[in-house]
Design a protein around this ligand. Structure first.
Ligand SMILES: Nc1ncnc2c1ncn2[C@@H]1O[C@H](COP(=O)(O)OP(=O)(O)OP(=O)(O)O)[C@@H](O)[C@H]1O
Ligand SMILES: [Mg+2]
Length: 495
């Protein structure tokens, strides 16, 4: 059976650690989840927020674990033949051991990590396109949800390292990983050997998880602090946090943005709902670019990918061709012509800054914008009134509905959005329809020729998550089911 001797595996572990027990078992797998333990596995106990892996050591052993890695000595005596290794950080150990177990695959791949509050998924998809789809493995919110049935943006090290090894075995050359702040905080990418790290943006988010903005930014900075001097950091220069990122790294830096001060920048920008035309300037020459994915922020995300291509040594002409070949990114400002002469946009905007940017963009092109959105449950409640206020100010009609209410009462979430909406604009035109299907139908009924209906918040997602169940639902598929769109995939009417 595939595996590795424990002694050999432990060569990857940062000191100090202590080994108790006799023998040098053959390890057939590693996991931090006691339910996934198979005979011959090593179990790593991780203290989490809601539960502590140390409680599940007996279960792991009952499932066949031959060794345990933990931060504390065992509470109860273990079977005689079980090995017990004590480390400082279970999370770091899990990351190091998984990398070693799967033959350190990220050292063999050109590995790109993309972080930022917004734009990660889009920049990751553009980067994978630039590096060549067939030669590149892409681990992103979208590929995880659509191909791997995983709700997380950045998987645990067990999956991440195994997928990287699979990519090596399939002959792939590049790996693009979308790296969330949670993943950095939990050291899921600790042992990943990054050649490039990208910083897209920083804004208010995840303050339900991190203590404050500084702790959140600090989590993001770890990716840049850890970069080797031979690696590259690609940083969005116009972001207010850019200087802190640039200062945090020893890697060579490449900046991108709208101004000439950046290493990679664009001008002659013509935005439209059909896409963006511009001229891109790089130290290796300038070229015209036509992006089919619209929106000024998508141009920024694409510039990050230009940087990734240049670091990889690709000629600008190849980079241009491959970016121009990207038709759309699931759930990221997808724009369709609807029957009835109006436009429908689907976008994953589920935070105040994204909703604001998308609405500002659409308002430039459509006389009236109707927005349908909600807010997720069990997460940052401050977002709700802020998103309500943004809808009040920037849309002509708002339909408040459910997003993923999770453990909360959908009505209570909508009331919080409503409060912000009315505070910002007491005469705002809106209604609340909790059922998302009905809310979308209502928006389509209200739309007049020339209008734009923005369906925000769920993008590519395939389920709506309630307290006790996940119900299959996808905004785009629902529009198709209604027969609301012009010929499949038709783009927006000329605005
Ligand atoms: N550079 C950007 N700056 C601000 N907003 C952006 C940017 N890029 C995309 N957006 C908006 O944020 C939404 C999510 O974009 P994307 O999925 O690329 O970001 P993300 O960082 O992966 O988000 P998440 O953390 O929610 O997965 C988009 O649908 C769009 O509304
Ligand atoms: Mg994402």
């Amino acid at each position: 059976m595939a595996g590795i001797r424990l002694s050999e595996l432990l060569s990857a572990l940062s000191p100090p650690y202590e080994w108790a027990g006799e023998g040098d078992p053959w390890i057939t797998g590693i996991t931090g989840d006691s339910r996934r333990v198979r005979p011959g596995n090593l179990f790593v106990a991780i203290p989490g927020r809601s539960t502590d892996g140390h409680r599940f050591i007996p279960d792991a052993i009952a499932n066949g674990a031959v060794g345990v890695v933990a931060e504390r000595p065992p509470r109860a005596p273990l079977p005689r033949n079980a090995i017990y290794i004590t480390v400082r950080s279970g999370r770091r150990a899990l990351a190091e051991l998984c990398s070693e177990f799967y033959e350190n695959p990220t050292r063999k791949l050109f590995t790109v990590g993309i972080t930022g509050t917004k734009g990660k998924t889009s920049a990751a998809h553009f980067s994978a396109a630039v590096l060549g789809e067939t030669a590149t493995e892409l681990i992103s919110t979208v590929t995880n949800a659509l191909q791997r049935d995983l709700e997380q943006t950045t998987p645990a090290p067990e999956d991440l390292q195994r997928w990287a090894l699979d990519a090596v075995r399939q002959g792939k050359r590049n790996l693009v990983i979308e790296v969330s702040a949670h993943a950095l905080h939990q050291q899921r990418v600790h042992a990943v050997d990054f050649d490039v790290a990208v910083f897209t943006s920083f804004s208010h988010d995840h303050l339900d998880y991190f203590r404050d903005r500084d702790e959140y930014l600090d989590a993001k900075l770890t990716l840049f602090r850890r970069l080797a001097p031979s690696a590259a950091a690609i940083v969005h220069l116009e972001d207010p946090a850019a200087l802190r990122v640039l200062r945090a790294t020893r890697a060579k830096t490449i900046t991108y943005g709208r101004s000439e001060k950046a290493d990679l920048w664009a001008d002659e920008i013509e935005l439209s709902p059909k896409g963006t035309r511009c001229r891109v300037h790089t130290p290796r020459g300038s070229f015209p670019l036509t992006l089919k994915v619209p929106g000024p922020f998508m141009l920024e995300n694409a510039l990050a990918a230009v940087g990734v291509g240049l670091v990889r040594g690709l000629p600008p002409e190849r980079i241009r061709e491959r970016l121009e070949g990207v038709e759309s990114i699931p759930g990221r400002l997808e724009i369709y012509a609807a029957k009835g002469g109006f436009t429908v946009a689907i976008d994953f905007a589920h935070s105040p800054d994204s909703l604001e940017r998308v609405l500002r963009f659409l308002r430039e092109f459509y006389p009236r914008v109707i927005v349908v959105f909600g807010c997720g449950g069990d997460s940052d409640r401050l977002k709700r009134p802020r998103m309500g206020a943004i809808a009040a100010r920037l849309s002509d009609y708002a339909i408040l509905t459910s997003d993923n209410p999770k453990g909360e009462d959908p009505r209570a979430i909508v009331r919080e959005i409503e409060r912000g909406l009315l505070e910002a604009h007491p005469q705002a035109r809106y209604e609340a329809i909790l059922e998302r299907r009905r809310a979308i139908e209502r928006a389509l009924e209200r739309a007049r020729p020339g209008d734009c209906v923005l369906i925000a918040g769920k993008g590519h997602e395939r389920y709506q998550i309630f307290r006790d169940r996940a119900v299959p639902f996808n905004d785009y598929e629902f529009l198709v089911e209604l027969g609301a769109l012009e010929a499949h995939g038709a783009s927006a009417p000329a605005a």
